[in-house]
Ligand binder design. Structure first.
Ligand code: ATP
Length: 362
Protein backbone atom coordinates (compact mmCIF):
# COMPACT_ATOMS: atom_id res chain seq x y z
CA UNK A 1 0.00 0.00 0.00
CA UNK A 2 1.30 3.46 -0.91
CA UNK A 3 2.37 5.53 2.10
CA UNK A 4 1.37 9.20 2.02
CA UNK A 5 2.88 12.03 4.07
CA UNK A 6 0.25 12.79 6.71
CA UNK A 7 2.55 14.61 9.10
CA UNK A 8 3.34 17.68 7.06
CA UNK A 9 0.90 20.10 5.58
CA UNK A 10 1.67 20.66 1.90
CA UNK A 11 1.34 24.43 2.37
CA UNK A 12 4.06 24.45 5.03
CA UNK A 13 6.53 23.07 2.52
CA UNK A 14 5.18 24.50 -0.74
CA UNK A 15 3.75 27.84 -1.80
CA UNK A 16 0.63 27.20 -3.89
CA UNK A 17 0.55 29.08 -7.19
CA UNK A 18 -1.55 29.42 -10.34
CA UNK A 19 -3.87 26.77 -11.78
CA UNK A 20 -2.22 24.83 -14.60
CA UNK A 21 -5.13 22.59 -15.49
CA UNK A 22 -8.22 20.84 -14.22
CA UNK A 23 -9.14 17.22 -14.28
CA UNK A 24 -11.84 14.81 -13.27
CA UNK A 25 -11.33 15.11 -9.52
CA UNK A 26 -9.40 18.28 -8.87
CA UNK A 27 -6.98 20.90 -10.03
CA UNK A 28 -3.33 20.92 -10.97
CA UNK A 29 -1.50 24.03 -9.69
CA UNK A 30 2.06 25.26 -9.88
CA UNK A 31 3.75 24.94 -6.47
CA UNK A 32 7.09 26.34 -5.27
CA UNK A 33 9.18 24.42 -2.76
CA UNK A 34 9.85 26.84 0.11
CA UNK A 35 13.23 25.29 1.04
CA UNK A 36 14.78 25.35 -2.45
CA UNK A 37 12.63 27.63 -4.60
CA UNK A 38 12.18 24.75 -7.08
CA UNK A 39 8.93 24.71 -9.10
CA UNK A 40 6.69 21.65 -9.24
CA UNK A 41 3.11 20.80 -10.18
CA UNK A 42 0.68 19.92 -7.38
CA UNK A 43 -2.25 17.68 -8.33
CA UNK A 44 -4.97 18.26 -5.70
CA UNK A 45 -7.37 15.32 -5.61
CA UNK A 46 -10.60 15.34 -3.61
CA UNK A 47 -11.12 12.08 -1.76
CA UNK A 48 -14.51 10.41 -1.48
CA UNK A 49 -15.68 10.66 2.14
CA UNK A 50 -17.90 7.59 2.26
CA UNK A 51 -18.32 4.53 0.06
CA UNK A 52 -21.86 5.49 -0.99
CA UNK A 53 -20.83 8.96 -2.21
CA UNK A 54 -20.35 9.53 -5.93
CA UNK A 55 -18.34 12.69 -5.37
CA UNK A 56 -14.57 12.70 -5.21
CA UNK A 57 -12.10 9.91 -5.88
CA UNK A 58 -11.81 6.62 -4.02
CA UNK A 59 -8.64 6.54 -1.92
CA UNK A 60 -7.86 3.16 -3.49
CA UNK A 61 -7.74 4.75 -6.95
CA UNK A 62 -5.35 7.46 -5.75
CA UNK A 63 -3.15 4.79 -4.20
CA UNK A 64 -3.12 2.95 -7.53
CA UNK A 65 -2.09 6.11 -9.41
CA UNK A 66 0.68 6.78 -6.87
CA UNK A 67 1.99 3.20 -6.96
CA UNK A 68 2.11 3.30 -10.75
CA UNK A 69 3.98 6.63 -10.80
CA UNK A 70 6.43 5.38 -8.17
CA UNK A 71 7.26 2.44 -10.45
CA UNK A 72 7.85 4.65 -13.48
CA UNK A 73 11.07 6.63 -13.56
CA UNK A 74 11.72 7.46 -17.19
CA UNK A 75 12.65 10.67 -19.08
CA UNK A 76 9.41 10.51 -21.08
CA UNK A 77 7.10 9.92 -18.14
CA UNK A 78 6.06 12.62 -15.66
CA UNK A 79 7.89 12.04 -12.37
CA UNK A 80 6.30 11.93 -8.91
CA UNK A 81 8.20 13.66 -6.09
CA UNK A 82 5.98 13.46 -3.03
CA UNK A 83 2.45 12.72 -1.80
CA UNK A 84 0.57 14.54 0.98
CA UNK A 85 -2.69 13.55 2.55
CA UNK A 86 -5.18 15.55 4.55
CA UNK A 87 -8.74 14.68 5.63
CA UNK A 88 -10.43 15.42 2.32
CA UNK A 89 -7.58 15.69 -0.13
CA UNK A 90 -4.47 13.99 -1.48
CA UNK A 91 -1.82 16.16 -3.14
CA UNK A 92 0.63 14.65 -5.61
CA UNK A 93 3.77 16.76 -6.07
CA UNK A 94 4.80 16.15 -9.67
CA UNK A 95 7.50 17.22 -12.09
CA UNK A 96 6.39 20.55 -13.58
CA UNK A 97 5.80 20.20 -17.32
CA UNK A 98 5.87 23.62 -18.91
CA UNK A 99 5.81 22.99 -22.66
CA UNK A 100 2.05 22.43 -23.02
CA UNK A 101 0.43 19.72 -25.11
CA UNK A 102 2.34 18.22 -28.05
CA UNK A 103 -0.61 18.77 -30.41
CA UNK A 104 -0.76 22.51 -29.55
CA UNK A 105 2.98 22.81 -30.16
CA UNK A 106 2.65 21.16 -33.58
CA UNK A 107 -0.43 23.17 -34.51
CA UNK A 108 1.59 26.38 -34.20
CA UNK A 109 4.01 25.25 -36.91
CA UNK A 110 3.68 26.14 -40.59
CA UNK A 111 4.77 22.68 -41.71
CA UNK A 112 6.22 19.48 -40.30
CA UNK A 113 7.88 16.59 -42.13
CA UNK A 114 7.20 13.02 -41.13
CA UNK A 115 10.83 12.80 -39.93
CA UNK A 116 10.17 15.62 -37.43
CA UNK A 117 6.90 14.03 -36.28
CA UNK A 118 8.69 10.69 -35.87
CA UNK A 119 11.10 12.23 -33.33
CA UNK A 120 8.08 12.83 -31.08
CA UNK A 121 6.55 9.42 -31.84
CA UNK A 122 9.83 7.74 -30.90
CA UNK A 123 9.80 9.36 -27.46
CA UNK A 124 6.15 8.38 -26.91
CA UNK A 125 7.08 4.79 -27.81
CA UNK A 126 10.10 4.83 -25.48
CA UNK A 127 7.93 6.00 -22.56
CA UNK A 128 5.14 3.55 -23.34
CA UNK A 129 7.62 0.69 -23.95
CA UNK A 130 9.17 1.32 -20.53
CA UNK A 131 5.73 1.35 -18.92
CA UNK A 132 4.82 -1.93 -20.62
CA UNK A 133 8.11 -3.53 -19.56
CA UNK A 134 6.88 -2.92 -15.99
CA UNK A 135 3.52 -4.56 -16.87
CA UNK A 136 1.77 -1.21 -16.60
CA UNK A 137 -0.84 -0.04 -19.09
CA UNK A 138 -1.73 3.67 -19.24
CA UNK A 139 -5.24 3.09 -20.69
CA UNK A 140 -5.91 6.75 -21.42
CA UNK A 141 -3.39 7.73 -24.08
CA UNK A 142 -4.72 10.68 -26.07
CA UNK A 143 -3.36 14.07 -27.20
CA UNK A 144 -4.32 15.79 -23.91
CA UNK A 145 -2.04 13.40 -22.00
CA UNK A 146 1.05 13.89 -24.17
CA UNK A 147 2.90 17.00 -23.10
CA UNK A 148 6.28 18.63 -23.71
CA UNK A 149 8.85 19.44 -21.04
CA UNK A 150 9.60 22.89 -22.48
CA UNK A 151 8.25 25.22 -25.14
CA UNK A 152 11.50 25.60 -27.05
CA UNK A 153 12.70 22.93 -29.48
CA UNK A 154 15.16 21.20 -29.63
CA UNK A 155 15.37 21.07 -25.82
CA UNK A 156 11.93 19.67 -25.39
CA UNK A 157 11.04 16.12 -24.42
CA UNK A 158 7.79 14.22 -24.53
CA UNK A 159 6.22 13.69 -21.10
CA UNK A 160 3.33 11.29 -20.70
CA UNK A 161 0.91 12.42 -17.97
CA UNK A 162 -2.30 11.38 -16.20
CA UNK A 163 -2.02 7.86 -14.82
CA UNK A 164 -5.52 8.00 -13.32
CA UNK A 165 -6.70 4.98 -15.35
CA UNK A 166 -3.36 3.14 -15.42
CA UNK A 167 -3.20 -0.48 -14.28
CA UNK A 168 -0.33 -2.69 -13.19
CA UNK A 169 -0.91 -6.30 -14.24
CA UNK A 170 -0.17 -9.08 -11.76
CA UNK A 171 1.09 -12.37 -13.24
CA UNK A 172 -1.85 -14.32 -14.69
CA UNK A 173 -4.35 -11.61 -13.82
CA UNK A 174 -7.47 -11.15 -15.94
CA UNK A 175 -8.29 -7.44 -15.99
CA UNK A 176 -11.42 -5.97 -17.55
CA UNK A 177 -12.35 -2.30 -17.51
CA UNK A 178 -14.67 -0.16 -19.55
CA UNK A 179 -13.00 3.21 -19.37
CA UNK A 180 -11.18 5.68 -21.55
CA UNK A 181 -12.13 8.19 -24.19
CA UNK A 182 -14.32 6.82 -27.03
CA UNK A 183 -12.16 8.05 -29.96
CA UNK A 184 -9.04 6.31 -28.63
CA UNK A 185 -10.24 3.00 -27.17
CA UNK A 186 -9.85 -0.40 -28.86
CA UNK A 187 -12.59 -3.00 -29.51
CA UNK A 188 -11.65 -5.13 -26.48
CA UNK A 189 -12.50 -2.23 -24.11
CA UNK A 190 -15.92 -1.71 -25.72
CA UNK A 191 -16.59 -5.46 -25.69
CA UNK A 192 -15.56 -5.71 -22.03
CA UNK A 193 -12.96 -8.38 -22.77
CA UNK A 194 -9.78 -9.08 -20.75
CA UNK A 195 -7.30 -6.28 -21.45
CA UNK A 196 -3.56 -6.09 -21.92
CA UNK A 197 -1.01 -3.35 -22.49
CA UNK A 198 -1.92 -3.64 -26.21
CA UNK A 199 -4.79 -1.21 -25.43
CA UNK A 200 -2.18 1.59 -25.44
CA UNK A 201 -0.82 0.47 -28.81
CA UNK A 202 -4.23 0.89 -30.42
CA UNK A 203 -4.42 4.43 -28.94
CA UNK A 204 -0.98 5.18 -30.40
CA UNK A 205 -2.32 4.04 -33.80
CA UNK A 206 -5.23 6.50 -33.49
CA UNK A 207 -2.93 9.33 -32.34
CA UNK A 208 -0.55 8.70 -35.28
CA UNK A 209 -3.44 8.64 -37.75
CA UNK A 210 -4.66 12.02 -36.43
CA UNK A 211 -1.16 13.49 -36.34
CA UNK A 212 -0.58 12.70 -40.01
CA UNK A 213 -3.98 13.58 -41.45
CA UNK A 214 -5.85 15.82 -39.01
CA UNK A 215 -8.66 13.25 -39.16
CA UNK A 216 -9.83 10.90 -36.41
CA UNK A 217 -10.10 7.37 -37.86
CA UNK A 218 -13.31 6.20 -36.20
CA UNK A 219 -15.01 9.46 -35.27
CA UNK A 220 -18.77 9.42 -35.78
CA UNK A 221 -21.30 12.18 -35.19
CA UNK A 222 -22.18 10.62 -31.83
CA UNK A 223 -20.16 8.43 -29.44
CA UNK A 224 -22.39 5.43 -30.27
CA UNK A 225 -21.39 5.73 -33.93
CA UNK A 226 -17.70 6.08 -33.01
CA UNK A 227 -17.90 2.89 -30.92
CA UNK A 228 -19.67 1.04 -33.74
CA UNK A 229 -16.96 2.14 -36.20
CA UNK A 230 -14.25 0.88 -33.84
CA UNK A 231 -15.86 -2.54 -33.45
CA UNK A 232 -16.33 -2.85 -37.22
CA UNK A 233 -12.74 -1.60 -37.78
CA UNK A 234 -14.34 0.92 -40.10
CA UNK A 235 -11.52 3.25 -41.12
CA UNK A 236 -9.65 4.07 -44.31
CA UNK A 237 -6.82 6.23 -45.59
CA UNK A 238 -8.65 8.50 -47.97
CA UNK A 239 -6.49 10.03 -50.69
CA UNK A 240 -7.63 13.54 -49.93
CA UNK A 241 -6.29 13.60 -46.37
CA UNK A 242 -3.36 11.20 -46.82
CA UNK A 243 -1.94 12.57 -50.07
CA UNK A 244 1.28 13.66 -48.32
CA UNK A 245 1.68 10.50 -46.21
CA UNK A 246 4.33 7.83 -46.87
CA UNK A 247 3.35 4.19 -47.44
CA UNK A 248 5.56 3.28 -44.44
CA UNK A 249 3.51 5.52 -42.14
CA UNK A 250 0.26 3.89 -43.30
CA UNK A 251 1.80 0.45 -42.75
CA UNK A 252 2.80 1.51 -39.21
CA UNK A 253 -0.77 2.59 -38.42
CA UNK A 254 -2.25 -0.56 -39.99
CA UNK A 255 -0.12 -2.73 -37.71
CA UNK A 256 -1.51 -0.89 -34.67
CA UNK A 257 -5.19 -0.65 -35.59
CA UNK A 258 -5.60 -4.43 -35.47
CA UNK A 259 -8.72 -5.89 -33.87
CA UNK A 260 -6.99 -8.89 -32.25
CA UNK A 261 -4.86 -7.43 -29.46
CA UNK A 262 -2.42 -10.35 -29.69
CA UNK A 263 -1.69 -9.43 -33.31
CA UNK A 264 -1.04 -5.72 -32.63
CA UNK A 265 2.61 -4.69 -32.70
CA UNK A 266 4.22 -3.83 -29.38
CA UNK A 267 6.07 -0.61 -28.50
CA UNK A 268 9.37 -2.49 -28.87
CA UNK A 269 8.38 -3.69 -32.35
CA UNK A 270 7.19 -0.19 -33.30
CA UNK A 271 10.65 1.17 -32.49
CA UNK A 272 12.07 -1.30 -35.03
CA UNK A 273 9.50 -0.49 -37.73
CA UNK A 274 11.14 1.11 -40.83
CA UNK A 275 8.98 4.23 -40.46
CA UNK A 276 10.57 4.86 -37.07
CA UNK A 277 13.94 3.27 -37.77
CA UNK A 278 14.62 3.35 -41.53
CA UNK A 279 17.17 0.85 -42.77
CA UNK A 280 17.77 2.11 -46.30
CA UNK A 281 18.46 5.52 -47.88
CA UNK A 282 15.26 5.17 -49.85
CA UNK A 283 13.25 4.78 -46.64
CA UNK A 284 14.94 7.88 -45.17
CA UNK A 285 14.18 9.85 -48.35
CA UNK A 286 10.53 8.74 -48.30
CA UNK A 287 10.12 10.01 -44.76
CA UNK A 288 11.75 13.34 -45.54
CA UNK A 289 9.57 13.82 -48.62
CA UNK A 290 6.35 13.13 -46.73
CA UNK A 291 4.76 15.63 -44.42
CA UNK A 292 1.80 15.98 -42.14
CA UNK A 293 -1.43 17.52 -43.42
CA UNK A 294 -0.93 20.77 -41.51
CA UNK A 295 -4.03 22.59 -42.72
CA UNK A 296 -6.29 19.78 -41.58
CA UNK A 297 -4.30 19.14 -38.41
CA UNK A 298 -4.74 22.76 -37.31
CA UNK A 299 -8.49 22.42 -37.90
CA UNK A 300 -8.64 19.20 -35.87
CA UNK A 301 -6.73 20.76 -33.00
CA UNK A 302 -8.85 23.92 -32.91
CA UNK A 303 -12.00 21.78 -32.78
CA UNK A 304 -10.47 19.58 -30.05
CA UNK A 305 -9.63 22.62 -27.90
CA UNK A 306 -13.10 24.05 -28.44
CA UNK A 307 -14.68 20.76 -27.30
CA UNK A 308 -12.45 20.69 -24.22
CA UNK A 309 -13.60 24.13 -23.12
CA UNK A 310 -17.21 23.27 -24.00
CA UNK A 311 -16.98 20.16 -21.77
CA UNK A 312 -15.57 22.29 -18.96
CA UNK A 313 -18.48 24.78 -19.16
CA UNK A 314 -20.96 21.87 -19.39
CA UNK A 315 -19.51 20.34 -16.21
CA UNK A 316 -19.71 23.64 -14.33
CA UNK A 317 -23.32 24.20 -15.41
CA UNK A 318 -24.27 20.66 -14.48
CA UNK A 319 -22.75 21.01 -11.03
CA UNK A 320 -24.53 24.28 -10.55
CA UNK A 321 -27.89 22.69 -11.50
CA UNK A 322 -27.22 19.74 -9.21
CA UNK A 323 -26.42 22.13 -6.40
CA UNK A 324 -29.68 24.01 -6.94
CA UNK A 325 -31.63 20.74 -6.82
CA UNK A 326 -29.91 19.69 -3.64
CA UNK A 327 -29.95 22.98 -1.80
CA UNK A 328 -32.34 21.61 0.81
CA UNK A 329 -29.76 19.10 1.86
CA UNK A 330 -26.96 20.72 3.79
CA UNK A 331 -24.95 17.51 3.69
CA UNK A 332 -24.99 17.20 -0.08
CA UNK A 333 -24.30 20.90 -0.40
CA UNK A 334 -21.21 20.53 1.76
CA UNK A 335 -20.03 17.58 -0.32
CA UNK A 336 -20.54 19.50 -3.53
CA UNK A 337 -18.60 22.44 -2.18
CA UNK A 338 -15.69 20.18 -1.41
CA UNK A 339 -15.86 18.33 -4.69
CA UNK A 340 -16.46 21.14 -7.14
CA UNK A 341 -14.42 19.53 -9.83
CA UNK A 342 -16.24 16.22 -9.90
CA UNK A 343 -18.14 15.57 -13.13
CA UNK A 344 -19.37 12.00 -13.12
CA UNK A 345 -21.96 11.32 -15.76
CA UNK A 346 -25.30 9.89 -14.71
CA UNK A 347 -26.55 9.13 -18.21
CA UNK A 348 -27.42 5.51 -18.85
CA UNK A 349 -26.87 5.39 -22.62
CA UNK A 350 -24.52 2.55 -23.65
CA UNK A 351 -21.69 4.90 -24.57
CA UNK A 352 -21.83 6.51 -21.16
CA UNK A 353 -20.72 3.18 -19.71
CA UNK A 354 -17.32 4.26 -20.92
CA UNK A 355 -16.01 6.37 -18.08
CA UNK A 356 -15.58 9.78 -19.61
CA UNK A 357 -12.77 12.10 -18.88
CA UNK A 358 -13.06 15.84 -18.48
CA UNK A 359 -10.76 16.39 -21.39
CA UNK A 360 -12.68 13.97 -23.62
CA UNK A 361 -12.44 15.21 -27.15
CA UNK A 362 -14.80 12.70 -28.62
P1 ATP B 1 -8.65 13.75 -16.39
O1 ATP B 1 -9.99 14.01 -15.86
O2 ATP B 1 -8.44 14.34 -17.78
O3 ATP B 1 -8.22 12.34 -16.34
P2 ATP B 1 -6.99 14.23 -14.11
O4 ATP B 1 -7.86 14.65 -12.96
O5 ATP B 1 -6.47 12.85 -14.03
O6 ATP B 1 -7.66 14.56 -15.50
P3 ATP B 1 -4.59 15.32 -15.21
O7 ATP B 1 -5.00 14.94 -16.59
O8 ATP B 1 -3.46 14.56 -14.62
O9 ATP B 1 -5.81 15.28 -14.20
O10 ATP B 1 -4.27 16.87 -15.18
C1 ATP B 1 -5.21 17.84 -15.63
C2 ATP B 1 -4.48 18.91 -16.45
O11 ATP B 1 -3.49 19.55 -15.63
C3 ATP B 1 -3.72 18.35 -17.64
O12 ATP B 1 -4.51 18.24 -18.78
C4 ATP B 1 -2.59 19.36 -17.80
O13 ATP B 1 -3.03 20.48 -18.54
C5 ATP B 1 -2.31 19.82 -16.38
N1 ATP B 1 -1.18 19.06 -15.79
C6 ATP B 1 -1.23 17.81 -15.26
N2 ATP B 1 -0.04 17.43 -14.78
C7 ATP B 1 0.80 18.45 -15.02
C8 ATP B 1 2.20 18.67 -14.76
N3 ATP B 1 2.93 17.74 -14.15
N4 ATP B 1 2.75 19.85 -15.15
C9 ATP B 1 1.99 20.80 -15.75
N5 ATP B 1 0.68 20.66 -16.01
C10 ATP B 1 0.07 19.51 -15.66
Amino acid sequence: MAVFNKLDNVEDLYEIGEVLGSGHFGQVREVRERATGARWAGKFLKIRKCASSRLGMERKSVEREVEVLQALQHPNIMALKDVFESRAEVVLVLELISGGELFDFIAEKENLTESEAIEFMKQILLGVGFMHSKQIGHFDLKPENIMLSAKMAPNTDIKIIDFGLAHRFQPGEEYKCMSGTPQYIPPEVINYEPLSTAVDMWSIGVITYILLSGMSPFQGDKDEETLRNIIALNYKFDDHHFSMTSAMAKDFIQKLLVKDQNERITAEECLQHPWIKPLTRKQVANRNRSSINMKNFKKFNAKRKWKMSYNMVWVCNRLHRLKMLCKTSALVDEELRQCESDQEDTETKPSSLIRRRLSSSS
